[in-house]
Each structure stands twice: as structure tokens, then as C-alpha cells.
Design a protein around this ligand. Structure first.
Ligand SMILES: Cc1cc2nc3c(=O)[nH]c(=O)nc-3n(C[C@H](O)[C@H](O)[C@H](O)COP(=O)(O)OP(=O)(O)OC[C@H]3O[C@@H](n4cnc5c(N)ncnc54)[C@H](O)[C@@H]3O)c2cc1C
Ligand code: FES
Ligand code: FES
Length: 1338
């Protein structure tokens, strides 16, 4: 075995030679830390988010072809890119040279908000265009399926990508690229005179054309190397690991003899996550490179033989080709495989993962193995001893020694036989999300009949997700052979399979009853599908299916998306250079897209910088008996480990009401509580050492996790809150009916794409400390750091350039982390960086409060609700954090759009042993709003009225009073409601839905419309004060700073628009560097939809001060420029710098009297959604959503529409698929995108219409605008209620007329189990208490 000392590859056209490569290093940290290419982002480290997408290009000397494919740099071992060309976002374009059309269009179509996902999106799109310059819409959505975005809701990203589907429409006059950097009113479509509304947010005409000749060429040196280099094994040796890359089959086999235990790494998508997340370590890795035999494609007489080294994407192409070429009867297995390949992971993983790696890994949820197993595939194995074939059968899947690979064997290829006439193969899967999500249960099924007999000759059924690996129902199949294909057979099959594929109540993964139901529901689908084909093949002998049952067969498809927006044009009298009201691109849009936008962890390392990693509690409630640091401290590179002792006297901080501990000491109160902080020279060393800290616990009682347990233990935070209006008890005496119910809502993870990040830099002088941090609350960080360091605040400065998403999650927990990092930095006199990994972040920082809402409504038969008695319980976790405020806001907003003449609402925050829940977009209202809408839905059911009618009957009158006696004018609410009804053609579509439902038994549609009234205000004048600083320089350029944080909501863009309007300067002359406690002190939290409003008013104030001062100078030279005026002012000693201030809106609430003037204004809106559900699997598809919003005078319609859409999709996630899972011991299982599913591109409504009401009222707010940050979240509940409607239709048809109780999120599991039928009745049920469940509902 020969050794190669150097790793050679290309990055963005430049040669990289690495002489001392560590094989444990992944490409992502190599790019970011070593090459300083920070455009490629870390979002999860496990291949699940796409933030790290790069393009890999390889030359194949045999085919003479270059393959470009997208890949997740976080899972690519750097050694594996030998001889490859890597292209990162920096390599395709930059503002310094020329930006790429993909970068330009995603920015100008408003496809970036926080921008953290954008480089990954750009690279996925770019790679697609390298391979398909004129892509289809299917290819587009497929290419982006592996990229998550938490901000935009994807619609604008799709719009940007769609512009490549048609190559016409380029702007020749802008071919030098100047327009892309122009921060003028770019992206504003031309407005025709007389037009009052606009339907476009960007103008395609100015886009740069896509010119494939401009792309980086594949490095000729790599081609020559591939052609000429003598074939020899490369070896890279690191401190702990050796990497061996054989380039011939012979060498591979030799390496396997020498290191039989070494894994054969192909895509590293199975081994990589095991190493990263499960602590598996391999001292030797064998990674074959370009071995021809592993890439064979051979159409043999008995089937297709595919090399084990082919990627899943290549397999998909080959199978698609085979299906086209071969007669249909031969391709049954191929079609089934294709079906699953299309939804398996994202495009990046499919391009990296190999067929061999997939098969050999034998994951329990493998999508391909169940099909390969029923398809009678054979594995061709090879070792130095020779070759042999083993069937891919149950023994192989179970790893029985006789049927498994021997340690020195490798899998060379797989033979997938052709199917025969009268043979049928099908594939089924159901996941939490339709695409890019591991299956909850999947299945492959095959039946072979004797020619025309309809008698089962062969039958194979395999399931994934129901055991430790793929499970074959062999005995059941055996018993069914010889039986005719009829309902009796189906019935017997279901019973046999349920018995054989036994799932205990405590089975890992939970969802046991759902899984059992899926097992037989899939079987039923298979039965129907085959019956239908048999009928088609031989109509005489086989009975036809009733039409309405055919609906079981079609899968719900994500069809081509299209969208429409409609917003008011600016007043024609507005000055043309005034940018207010125009859809201006996000200020950082282009930089997001080129990777030049700097986030906290993109900052270069400071000299001698250290890294901090936390050790967290693994117990929900325990006494810490001892902490042994010795082993961790002995690791090389470890500088210090801080415990509570180090922080003596400063280990707690009071954020709002109650002091909170920084590091846990004697007792811990939740899993994930911070206990120690390990400080080391590098991130790798700190993380390794953190794993070696040994903590001995003594468990304590009680462990309270759920709201129900908290109620039982009377475990609450004080105070209780109550709001009362009218006389509820008296009103209950006169009503016709009483409706009682309750609903439980699960929590939600913020899932901001940039994880919590801090860099604390001690200055050498005067004990000054600089904190660079991803936070919404720099002042809070400054306060806590100053307190922990016992310094005055003027020594601690906190700087925030931008935040990669926050949604309420970057406030208090961030402060605690920053304080500990600053303490360490101060102690060691060295900078300290702390960046949480995704799993840590999810574990430590918690999120939205789970809620339990109980209601009792006194109702008249016409639907009027005269009395309402309501109880809210929120799960606050272990500390109070912002829970009281969340509870209060939840109560104050609980009535949504309805007037209940007699109302009582009580709220309590439960103290539990979970990480402390905190602020999250909507701040309590998404929970309490859903509770009231559920109550309305129940009332409608009880009164036999449509829910929308009950909504209308109970809506506020135009001028009315809220329960806390604040006056409200709801004229625009009614207008939104009516327009939404009209825009969505509600009545027509309702009738169409009913018709569909009467014709389809297994698929149902649902339609629902939900109104929203979102009160905006922070509850006190002090909380709403804001300040700004505006400087004018002598060249006429302007620098503006304010207290708000740019976290994707576009506040800085709006603020520049404000300066531009106020001073009359072009947007391009105004700059905003970021937020800092140094420039604007004492700023409030950026939250609550008001950041632009409050800071904008402060900026306006500063600009007006300046204008007033400069007025004499300007009037002397009215035709002058800002440069002229600035210079004249300087000569006359007039200050060109001004602060601006806004005191905040008056707001107060007296909880004793239940009266207050809490809110400055109300945002109104309505959304109508239509869904289709699959009653057999629980899948749902959002077919169409219409939203009408009243947003006042929009400052920037592109940004405001972006906020509405992004929030809507986040809300849809909250109410349908985002499900946190905890063990009975309080351990969070869902710690990454693999387990926790936020919406992807496939989840957005197929049709999406958004319309903004024309502004009708003027108000005190900034240019009469309204803040749009939060209200859209609740509109996602229209999808929840549409599903509710569909489930109801299914239940009605099945004779189930009683009340329907559906909790949130309305996951496939809940949908399926609510659509009760003969299959849900057939499954075994476990007695509660007879087993320990894997997870518990929180
Ligand atoms: C984010 C993400 C999403 C995913 N989603 C899905 C999904 O939706 N559905 C699904 O089914 N799967 C999914 N997967 C799993 C994925 O399909 C597998 O990880 C992948 O197929 C493994 O292939 P690989 O080449 O990367 O294997 P590697 O990690 O390179 O290797 C895995 C194992 O296979 C062995 N091996 C590899 N090749 C050979 C060979 N030729 N001979 C002998 N042994 C060999 C190795 O020794 C190693 O033990 C997902 C994975 C990720 C990371
Ligand atoms: S960071 Fe690589 S996929 Fe998330
Ligand atoms: S813009 Fe996509 S995650 Fe923020």
C-alpha cells in the first residue's frame, strides 16, 4: 500500500494542497476555519438542513464526463474530496467581481430574510442549473427539497427559481452587473399610471441572463491527474484516525483483509451521523475512490445489476431510464424503488449516499431495503477468498452471521430482477412530512399470480420502521399462498401480519398504534391497487372496485406551486425618489446570496481564541452528588472547566422578576440545564473534554413534566392571572346549551437557522469587554455580562451585525451563555467563542409553551356565545423566564375576533422539570387563539351550524370594546373577512369539497376560514421607547444606527427607507453598520412586531432634528447636494450628528380591575385554507391558501408580505407537523432536523394568494404602518381547521357523529387515528399502565 502525503483538491478554481490533513475533519469546518470561506453555513451538522450545500465536481476518466452534484459539506470527510473540485457560494459570484444570476434573483425576488439559509439555497439552485440550464418546475422543487428555510415560507425562493425556467426576459442594458449592487429602488416593478394595486414584487426585465459560459471550468489539472496518475492507494494519517483510499478493487480487498473492522465509507451519510451524534469512533476508514466495478450498470437477462458505489441519485436516473425503455411488466420493482427515491432525503443526500451504503447500513427506516427484499434482489459480494451471492432477505437484514457480509467482504453490486407478467410490486411510506423525512413506517409488497388465475403464487411483504431493521412478514405470506385475491384474503392477511409484525407498546419511536394501523392500511392499499390492475387485465373475472374506494390509491402530490400577491401602489403624488411603500430588496439580500454577509461565527478567530462547550444535566430533577473533572482536564488543549464554584457570588441574574442561576450547582431541575463550561484551545478539544466530565446524580422526586402532572402537584409559578367581563355565572343560566371541551397544544422549537453564538473578546485596557453575539437583546447581554464581571455597563459593549433568525429565542438563554463566555474570557484574558451545535441548542434553549385550554361556553341555538369560562395552563418549564408575560398576553388576546358579552379567563403557568420555555413569535396568542377557535368549532358542531357562520355571528361589532375595556374599531376585520370569502370563492369551493367528499371514501377534503385580530403593543411606555443616531458625513453620506436588531425581518432596510424619505437622500447614500450598545444605549428587546415602528420614529426624530438645524443652509442653496450642505454646515460649525428618540406608546393594564389600554393598534386579517387528507395514512396536502391582511400603509410591501408568508408557514408547522418528543424521564429526543420537522418547500400551499387591504386609516405609528412580524403565525391555524373539517367529513361518513377532539399539532398520526375505520378497530391496543411508553405527550 503506497502512501500519498498530500491531499489535493480544488476550491473555487484554486488548488488546495493539504500536507497534514486530519481525516477526522469534515469539509465544512475546513472551508470555514482553514480557508476562511464562511459563506457555507453550519445549521445542523447532520445533513438535514442544507445550509452547508456546496457543489462537488468530479471527472470520470472512463466516461470522460464531469459530474456536478450538490452535497452537504458537514458530512463530507475532507479526505474524500481528493481530486475533486469544490465550488462554494463564494466561487460563483461576489459583489467585488460579478454576482451570479442565481444570487441576484434570489435576492431581488425577496427570497432572503435572515439570509442564513441563502448560500445553501443558492448552491442547490446553481448546481441544478449547471446540469440543467433550462430546468422544469419539478426539477426546481426537487433540487430545493433538502434546504430548510425558517423565515421566508419558500414562496419567494420558488419565484426566484422559476425565473430560470424561461430563459427570455433578460435585461441587456444591465449586463455589466451594476444593477445587482444598486441599492436604489431595485426590484420595484414598473407601475402603470392609474394602477392602484400591484401584483409583482420584482421586475424580471432587469435580471442578468444565465450564461453557462461564464461558469468556472473544471480544473484541467484534475482531469490530467485522473487520466494519468498511476493507480495507487492513498493514505492520510491523523492523530487518531487513518484514512485509506484504495483506487482498485484489488487494493480495496487487500485493505479489507488488513483492516476487516474498518468501515467502507462511500457517502458517509450513515457513518458520519453515527460518528458525530452517537460517539462511534473508527481508527481506520477505508474509502474507495472511483473503482469501476463499484459503478457498473448492467442490463442482464434476469435483471439490472447496479454497482454498490452508485449514488442514490444515479440509481434514480438509471431506474427512470429503465422504466422508459423496458416493458411495464418488467419494471414493477423499479417503479416502486423510484417512488421512494423521489422522496428519500434531499437532493444532496441522494447524490452523496451510495446504494451499497444504504443496503449495508440496514437502517430500520430504510426506504429501499423493504422493496429490494420483496423484489428478490441478490447481493454480489467479493473478498480475497472470491465472490459469492447472498439474497437480500430477512436473514441478511437481521444480520444473521450465515447471511451477512464477512468482515473482509465488500458489496460490489446488486442484482434487481425484472418483474414478470402477473407480478405486482408496490411501495408505501408515511412520514411526519411528505418529503425529506425518514418514514414512520414504510413497506414493500410483491405478489405473483399464476397466469390469469388470481391465486396467489408468491407473496412478500416487508416493513420498515417497526423493528430494529426491515422486517419481513414471511410466515404470514407463506400462509396466504394459494388463496384468491379477495376481501377474505385481505382480512386474513391483516390479522396474520399484525400478529407477526409485533410491536410492543413501549417500542422505540413511539406512535405504536399509528404504526400498527399503517401496517394494515398499506396492506389494504396494496390489495386495492392490485385488484384494480387485475380488473383492468381481466375485466370478466375480477369484480370492479366501487369508484369511491379508488381514492385510496392515489398519493397526495405536491403539484406545481403558484402564487399571487396583491398590494396597494404608493400614492401617485408621492415623490418618485421616496422609497416608502416600495418593495425594496432586503438591504443585505445580495450579501446573503454571495455569502458575504457576516454572522457571529463567521468572524475570524481572535488571536489565541478559546472555545467553550457546555456540560448539561442528564437528569430532570436530581441532586448533584459529585462532579469529576479530572479526566476531562487531562485532555490536551483543555484550559479550564468552570463550575458554579468559579462563579461564586455572581452565579445568578434577575432578568425580569425572579433571579435565575447561570450554572446548576447542588440541584438540577431539568435535562439540559447548564452545569459546567469546558474551555479549550479548540472546539474539537472542548467538545471531547465535555463528554468526559463525570457527574454523579441522585434522583429526586417529584419529576413533573406535563401540565397534567403540574396540576396534580399544584406546581405553579405565581401569580395566577384572571380577566373577567360581564357576569358569566348568570349568563350560563339563560343559555340554550352548554358546550365544554379542552384542547392541548404541543410546544414549538424556534429552529432559527443560526444556532446560539457568542464571541467574548476582552480588551487589554480598562477591563473592557466586547461581546459579539447573535441576540435580540444587546442591552440584556450587556447587563448580565457587566453583573457577572462586576463591571459598570460602560465597560461592556455588545455588538450585533445581524442574526440568522431568532423568533423570540435569542434573549435570556443567550444572555446566560454570553455571561459565562465573558467570565471565562475575563478570567483567562483571551477571547472565548461559544457556538451551540443544533442538538445542544434544541436541548438547552426550549421554545414555545405547550398549552392546555379548557372551555365552557354558554350558547344560544343560533350560534351566539353568551358566556365563556376559560382556563389556560401553560408549561413554563423550570424557571419563570418570560412565561408570565406570555401568559398575560395570551389571556389579553384570547378572544381573537369575538365579542363574548360574559367572559372569564384564568391562566396559570406550570412549573415543570423541563428547560424553561420562553418567548416565541406570537407570544402566547398562537396557543390561546387556537383554543378559542376550537371552542367555536365545537359550538358550531353542537348547534349544527357551519363554523364560519358561528365565527361571523360572534364577531366584534364595528366599534366595540375588548374584555379589558379598550375601544376597538373592527371595520377592517370585517373587510378582510369578506374579501377573503370572495377571493377564495368560499361558497363555491365549500360545495366542491362536499361533492368531492361524497365521491371519495378514503380521501377527504376540508376547507376552513379563520379571522385574526392581533393586538400590537408592549404593555408599557418604557418597553416601547427607542433611540437612534444619525450622522451626516462631509461627502453627504449618511450613517444611521438604531436600537433594533436585524434578524431577517428587514428592519434595517425599512430604517434606511425612513432616512431616505426624511432627508431626501438616495438609499445608496445611507449606510447601517449594525447594532451596538456603544452607539445606541439602553435599547429594548427587538420583539413584538414593533421594531421598525418604534425605531423608525426615533430615526425620523433624529432626521428632523438635523433638517431643522440645516434648514438655513438648505434654503440658501436649495438646488445643492447633501455634500454641499454638509460642507457648508461644517464651515458654519453646525453639528451633523443627531440622536433621535421615541418615548413609546402609552400602555397599561390593571389586572385587579381587569381594565387597560394595552395596545396601540390591531392588525386584522383572515385566511382560508383547503386541504386534502389521506384517511388511510394520515397524510395531508395544503391545496390552497388565501390570505387577506390589513397592514395599514406598508413601508415595504415585499418585506411585509414576506413576514406574513413566513409566519403563516411557521404557524402551519406549529399546528400540523412540528412535534417535540420527550422520554418519560424528560429527555428531549427531537434534537435536529432529522427528528423535528419544520415545513419544507413541499409543504407550502400549492396555490398561495396574498392580498393586502388598501390602507384606510391614518394612525400615530410610523407613516401609519402596522407591524407584521407575528400576526401571520395564527393564520396557519386555518390549515389545522381545514384538516379538522376533512377528518370530520370522514368520521361522519363512517357514522361517527359525536364531538371530535383534535389536539395540536395535527400530525399524520392524529389524523389517521381520528379517521377511525375497520383497520383502527382491528389493531391491538395496550392497556394504559401495562407498559412504559417510549415517549410521553408534553
Ligand atoms: C439527512 C439524512 C436524511 C436521510 N433520509 C433518508 C430517507 O428519507 N430514507 C432513507 O431510506 N434513508 C435516508 N437516509 C439514510 C441514507 O439513505 C443512508 O445514510 C445512505 O444510503 C447510506 O449510504 P452511504 O453511502 O452514505 O453510506 P456510508 O455512511 O458511506 O456507509 C454506511 C455503511 O455501509 C458500509 N458500506 C458502504 N458501502 C459498502 C460496500 N460497498 N461494501 C460493504 N460495506 C459497505 C460501510 O462500511 C458503513 O458501515 C438519510 C440520511 C441522512 C443523513
Ligand atoms: S449543516 Fe450540513 S446539512 Fe445542516
Ligand atoms: S432566510 Fe431562510 S432561514 Fe432565514
Amino acid at each position: 500500500m503506497d502512501g500519498a502525503a498530500e491531499l489535493l483538491f480544488y476550491v473555487n478554481g484554486r488548488k488546495v494542497i493539504e500536507k497534514n490533513v486530519d481525516p477526522e475533519t469534515m469539509l465544512l469546518p475546513y472551508l470555514r476555519k482553514k480557508l476562511r470561506l464562511t459563506g457555507t453555513k453550519y445549521g445542523c451538522g447532520g445533513g438535514g438542513c442544507g445550509a452547508c450545500t456546496v457543489m462537488i465536481s468530479r471527472y470520470n476518466p472512463v466516461t470522460k464526463k464531469i459530474r456536478h452534484y450538490p452535497a452537504n459539506a458537514c458530512l463530507i470527510p475532507v479526505c474524500s474530496v481528493y481530486g475533486a473540485a469544490v465550488t462554494t457560494v463564494e466561487g460563483i459570484g461576489s459583489t467585488k467581481t460579478r454576482i451570479h444570476p442565481v444570487q441576484e434573483r434570489i435576492a431581488k425576488c425577496h427570497g432572503t430574510q435572515c439570509g442564513f439559509c441563502t448560500p445553501g439555497m443558492v448552491m442547490s439552485m446553481y448546481t441544478l442549473l449547471r446540469n440543467h440550464p433550462d430546468p422544469t418546475l419539478d426539477q426546481l422543487t426537487d433540487a430545493l427539497g433538502g434546504n430548510l428555510c425558517r423565515c421566508t415560507g419558500y414562496r419567494p425562493i420558488i419565484d426566484a427559481c422559476k425565473t430560470f425556467c424561461n430563459t427570455s426576459g433578460c435585461c441587456q442594458s444591465k449586463e455589466n452587473g451594476a444593477c445587482c449592487l444598486n441599492q436604489g429602488i431595485n426590484g420595484s416593478p414598473e407601475v402603470e399610471e392609474g394602477d392602484e394595486t400591484s401584483q409583482k414584487l420584482f421586475s424580471e426585465e432587469e435580471f442578468l441572463p444565465l450564461d453557462p459560459t461564464q461558469e468556472l471550468i473544471f480544473p484541467p489539472e484534475l482531469m490530467t491527474m485522473a487520466e494519468k496518475q498511476p493507480q495507487r492507494t492513498r493514505v492520510f494519517r491523523g492523530d487518531r484516525m487513518t484514512w485509506i483510499s484504495p483506487v482498485t478493487l484489488k487494493e480495496l480487498l487487500e485493505a479489507k483483509v488488513k483492516y476487516p473492522q474498518a468501515p467502507v465509507i462511500m457517502g458517509n451519510t450513515s457513518t458520519g451521523p453515527e460518528v458525530k451524534f452517537k460517539g462511534v469512533f473508527h481508527p481506520v476508514i477505508i474509502s474507495p475512490d472511483r473503482i469501476e466495478e463499484l459503478n457498473v450498470v448492467n442490463y442482464a437477462y434476469n435483471g439490472l445489476t447496479l454497482g454498490a458505489g452508485l449514488s442514490l441519485a444515479q440509481v434514480e436516473d438509471i431506474l427512470a431510464d429503465a422504466v422508459l425503455k423496458l416493458p411495464e411488466e418488467k419494471t414493477q420493482t423499479y417503479q416502486a424503488l423510484l417512488k421512494h427515491l423521489r422522496t428519500l432525503a434531499g437532493s444532496q443526500i441522494r447524490n452523496m449516499a451510495s446504494l451499497g451504503g444504504h443496503i449495508v447500513s440496514r437502517h430500520l427506516d430504510s426506504d429501499l431495503n423493504p422493496i429490494l427484499a420483496v423484489g428478490n434482489c441478490t447481493l454480489n459480494l467479493l473478498s480475497k477468498q472470491g465472490e459469492r451471492q447472498v439474497p437480500l432477505n430477512e436473514q441478511f437484514l437481521r444480520k444473521c452471521p450465515s447471511a451477512d457480509l464477512k468482515p473482509e467482504e465488500i458489496l460490489v453490486s446488486v442484482n434487481i430482477p425484472y418483474s414478470r407478467k402477473w407480478e405486482f410490486v408496490s411501495a408505501f411510506r408515511q412520514a411526519q412530512r411528505q418529503q425529506n423525512a425518514l418514514a414512520i413506517v414504510n413497506s414493500g409488497m410483491r405478489v405473483f399470480f399464476g397466469e390469469g388465475s388470481g391465486i396467489i403464487r408468491e407473496l412478500s411483504i416487508s416493513y420498515g420502521g417497526v423493528g430494529p431493521t426491515t422486517i419481513c412478514a414471511k410466515n404470514s405470506c407463506q400462509k396466504l399462498i394459494g388463496r384468491p385475491w379477495n376481501e377474505e384474503m385481505l382480512d386474513a392477511a391483516c390479522r396474520l401480519v399484525l400478529e407477526e409484525v409485533f410491536l410492543p407498546g413501549s417500542a422505540p419511536g413511539g406512535k405504536v398504534e399509528f404504526k400498527r394501523t399503517l401496517i394494515i392500511s398499506f396492506l389494504f392499499k396494496f390489495y386495492l391497487g392490485v385488484a384494480q390492475i387485475l380488473k383492468r387485465m381481466d375485466p370478466v373475472h375480477y369484480p370492479s372496485l366501487e369508484d369511491k374506494y379508488e381514492s385510496a390509491l392515489e398519493d397526495l402530490h405536491s403539484r406545481h406551486h403558484w402564487s399571487a400577491v396583491n398590494y396597494q401602489n404608493v400614492d401617485p403624488k408621492q415623490l418618485p425618489q421616496d422609497p416608502i411603500g416600495h418593495p425594496i430588496m432586503h438591504l443585505s439580500g445580495i450579501k446573503h446570496a454571495t455569502g458575504e454577509a457576516i454572522y457571529c461565527d463567521d468572524m475570524p478567530a481572535v488571536d489565541r481564541e478559546l472555545f467553550l462547550a457546555f456540560v448539561t444535566s442528564s437528569r430532570a430533577h436530581a441532586k448533584i452528588v459529585s462532579i469529576d473533572l479530572s479526566e476531562a482536564l487531562s485532555l490536551p488543549g483543555v484550559v479550564d472547566i468552570m463550575t458554579e464554584e468559579h462563579l461564586e457570588g455572581v452565579n445568578s441574574f434577575r432578568f425580569l422578576t425572579k433571579p435565575e442561576k447561570l450554572l446548576g450547582s447542588e440541584e438540577v431541575f431539568c435535562v439540559g440545564q447548564l452545569v459546567c463550561a469546558v474551555i479549550a484551545e479548540s472546539e474539537v478539544q472542548a467538545r471531547r473534554a465535555a463528554k468526559l466530565v463525570r457527574i454523579v446524580y441522585q434522583d429526586l422526586e417529584p419529576v413533573i413534566l406535563t401540565i397534567e402532572e403540574a396540576i396534580q402537584h399544584n406546581s405553579f409559578f405565581e401569580p395566577e392571572r384572571k380577566l373577567e367581563y360581564g357576569n358569566v355565572d348568570e349568563a350560563f343560566k339563560v343559555v340554550d346549551q352548554i358546550v365544554e371541551g379542552e384542547i392541548h397544544l404541543g410546544g414549538q422549537e424556534h429552529f432559527y437557522m443560526e444556532t446560539q453564538s457568542v464571541l467574548a473578546v476582552p480588551k487589554r485596557e480598562d477591563q473592557e469587554m466586547d461581546i459579539y453575539v447573535s441576540t435580540q437583546y444587546p442591552r440584556g447581554i450587556q447587563d448580565i455580562v457587566a453583573s457577572v464581571l462586576k463591571l459598570p455597563a460602560n465597560k461592556v459593549m455588545c455588538h450585533v451585525k445581524r442574526v440568522g433568525g431568532a423568533f423570540g429565542g435569542k434573549v435570556f438563554r443567550t444572555g446566560i451563555m454570553a455571561a459565562i463566555a465573558a467570565f471565562a474570557a475575563n478570567k483567562h484574558g483571551r477571547a472565548v467563542r461559544c457556538i451551540l451545535e443544533r442538538g445542544e441548542d434544541m436541548l438547552i434553549t426550549a421554545g414555545r409553551h405547550p398549552y392546555l385550554g379548557k372551555y365552557k361556553a354558554g350558547v344560544m341555538n343560533d350560534g351566539r356565545i353568551l358566556a365563556l369560562d376559560m382556563e389556560h395552563y401553560s408549561n413554563g418549564g423550570t424557571t419563570l423566564d418570560e412565561s408570565l408575560l406570555v401568559l398575560e398576553m395570551g389571556i389579553l388576546k384570547m378572544e381573537n375576533c369575538y365579542k363574548f358579552p360574559n367572559l372569564r379567563c384564568r391562566g396559570r403557568t406550570c412549573r415543570t422539570n423541563l428547560p424553561s420555555n420562553t418567548a416565541f413569535r406570537g407570544f402566547g396568542f398562537p396557543q390561546t387563539g387556537l383554543i378559542i377557535e376550537s371552542c367555536i368549532t365545537d359550538v358550531a358542531a353542537k348547534c349544527g351550524l357551519p363554523p364560519e357562520k358561528v365565527r361571523m355571528i360572534n364577531m366584534y361589532k364595528e366599534i366595540d370594546q375588548t374584555p379589558y375595556k379598550q375601544e376597538i374599531n373592527t371595520k377592517n376585520l370585517m373587510q378582510c373577512w369578506k374579501e377573503c370569502m370572495a377571493m377564495s370563492s368560499y361558497s363555491l369551493r365549500k360545495a366542491a369539497v362536499e361533492k368531492f367528499n361524497s365521491e371519495n371514501y378514503w380521501k377527504k377534503k376540508g376547507l376552513a376560514m379563520v379571522p385574526v385580530k392581533y393586538p400590537v403593543g408592549l404593555g408599557s411606555r418604557a418597553a416601547g421607547q427607542a433611540a437612534a443616531l444619525v450622522h451626516i458625513y462631509l461627502d453627504g453620506s449618511v450613517l444611521v444606527t438604531h436600537g433594533g436588531i436585524e434578524m431577517g425581518q428587514g428592519v434595517h432596510t425599512k430604517m434606511i427607507q425612513v432616512v431616505s424619505r426624511e432627508l431626501g437622500v438616495p438609499l445608496s447614500d445611507v449606510h447601517l453598520r449594525g447594532t451596538s450598545t456603544e452607539t445606541v444605549p439602553n435599547a429594548n428587546i427587538s420583539a413584538g412586531s414593533v421594531v421598525a415602528d418604534l425605531n423608525g420614529l426615533a430615526i425620523k426624530d433624529a432626521c428632523q432634528t438635523l433638517l431643522k438645524r440645516l434648514e438655513p443652509i438648505i434654503s440658501k442653496n436649495p438646488r445643492g447636494t447633501w455634500k454641499d450642505w454638509a460642507q457648508a454646515a461644517f464651515h458654519e460649525s453646525i453639528s451633523l450628528s443627531a440622536t433621535g428618540y421615541f418615548r413609546g406608546y402609552e400602555a397599561s393594564m390593571n389586572w385587579e380591575t381587569g381594565e387597560g389600554q394595552m395596545f396601540e393598534y390591531f392588525v386584522f386579517g383572515a385566511a382560508c385554507s383547503e386541504v386534502e387528507i389521506d384517511c388511510l395514512t394520515g397524510a395531508h396536502k395544503n391545496i390552497r391558501t388565501d390570505i387577506v391582511m390589513d397592514i395599514g400603509h406598508s413601508i415595504n410591501p415585499a418585506i411585509d408580505i414576506g413576514q406574513i408568508e413566513g409566519a403563516f408557514i411557521q404557524g402551519m408547522g406549529l399546528y400540523t407537523i412540528e412535534e417535540l418528543s420527550y422520554s418519560p424521564q424528560g429527555v428531549l429526543y427531537t434534537r435536529g432536523p432529522d427528528q423535528y420537522k419544520i415545513p419544507t418547500i413541499c409543504d407550502i400551499p400549492t396555490e398561495f394568494h396574498i392580498s393586502l387591504l388598501p390602507p384606510s386609516q391614518t394612525s400615530n405609528t410610523l407613516y401609519s404602518s402596522k407591524g407584521m412580524g407575528e400576526s401571520g403565525i395564527f393564520l396557519g391555524s386555518s390549515v389545522f381547521f381545514a384538516i379538522h373539517d376533512a377528518v370530520n367529513a370522514a368520521r361522519r361518513e363512517r357514522g361517527l357523529l359525536g364531538p371530535l377532539k383534535l389536539n395540536s399539532p395535527l400530525t399524520p398520526e392524529k389524523i389517521r387515528m381520528a379517521c377511525e375505520d375497520k383497520f383502527t378497530k382491528m389493531i391491538p391496543r395496550d392497556k394504559p399502565g401495562s407498559y412504559v411508553p417510549w415517549n410521553i405527550p408534553i
